[in-house]
Ligand binder design. Sequence first.
Ligand SMILES: NC(=O)c1ccc[n+]([C@@H]2O[C@H](COP(=O)([O-])OP(=O)(O)OC[C@H]3O[C@@H](n4cnc5c(N)ncnc54)[C@H](O)[C@@H]3O)[C@@H](O)[C@H]2O)c1
Length: 394
Amino acid sequence: MLCDLRKEAVDSNQKWLEKNCPRKVAKRMYSGYGECWKEACDDSGVDVIYVAAPAYLHASIALYGMNAGKHVFVEVPAARTIDDCWNIVETSERTRRHCMMLENCCYGEEEMLAWNLCHEGLLGSISHAEGAYIHNLTKRHLENSFRNRGHGKKSYCRGNTYPTHPLGPICQYLDINHGDRMNTIVSVSSGGFTWKDYIAETFGPDDWQSKLELDRGDINTSIIKTARGRTIMLQYDVTTPRPYSRINLVQGSRGCFWGYGFPARLYLTKGRPGTESGKDWMSRDEYEKYAAKYRHPLWRSVGGIAKKVGGHGGMDFIMDLRWAYCLQNGMPLDMDVYDLASWSSIVECSRKSDIAGGAPVEIPDFTRGAWKTAKPRKIGDVDLGKMGLDAKNV
Ligand SMILES: NC(=O)c1ccc[n+]([C@@H]2O[C@H](COP(=O)([O-])OP(=O)(O)OC[C@H]3O[C@@H](n4cnc5c(N)ncnc54)[C@H](O)[C@@H]3O)[C@@H](O)[C@H]2O)c1
């Protein structure tokens, strides 16, 4: 089944299936009006709804889908308000349907390496992590395109509206909701300079871009404190000119991993926790040895195929393969509805703090205390044979 507001999008996806997976072509297609996704959710031949519609629709489709008896997998962020986060948690519990956020960055090659380093104890006791979504989208956000049709007269952006790409993996390094939880957040934004300069130098006075009422900072920085006293620094910047980065740094008592150190870097103490082992990061040769030794089993078994066929360096393929495997084999998913809610709730919590000049804001405990006894999760491998697949021919 395929669904999209635009018929041409459904048709082009069906053509892709006809060419690449002729046995999997969609039997039914829904399109052409704003609520066509309701028909898709009501389709009795469907078990799972995969939501890649624009973010303002995520929570509505997730709630409708679960109420229609479907498991729902939803793009990031899954919800933009705390109320919607609670609604999704409560609906998932009531309907006994999965609702997982498709946080593909949790399956990035370096994120999974960092996860393994943390869980194998190589970095010691973890005290701090840093992440970011730094991606210069100024041109893309201000061009005349279908995506920007909803711009209206205002562009307001306070807090961190897209926190989960860096936060998801960090929460998995720190076992958030499984022995620790995010307690409070403080968040502040810089002034907004780049859009103003870009608009002034690019558009005429009659263009819609020049008439926008702007209230958006260039860079937002948040610090989250956890119940066990760890800190997470998060940045959000889709505006300024600099290379893409998710930072992806995790610090423990025995060392530090820094994914976006250009290239990735590792520093490990050779002595007792906290002692120095030199002034510089590990040499490339030494790093490569550790990266090979601690490569996550998922990347070991399907990384080669993932890089050939999967989007975003292979992580999209690994994520989809893994949730399908877990679902088909009755295993818990690597990311559950409580992760979805706590990671997505940062959108509203950071906005509240930013508007209040960086005042601390409490982050809700969507597990209602269950984080205290929940055991750390193990992200394992897949058995392709059980899925009827062959590693050479997925
Ligand atoms: N995980 C990632 O790496 C990643 C990357 C890009 C985008 N995203 C997320 O994916 C989502 C989609 O992003 P996008 O840039 O493709 O958005 P988009 O605006 O291009 O829309 C995606 C599709 O949704 C369709 N759509 C719009 N309204 C609809 C409706 N009412 N009913 C059915 N279909 C509708 C559009 O026609 C389009 O084909 C966003 O939430 C975004 O945050 C995630």
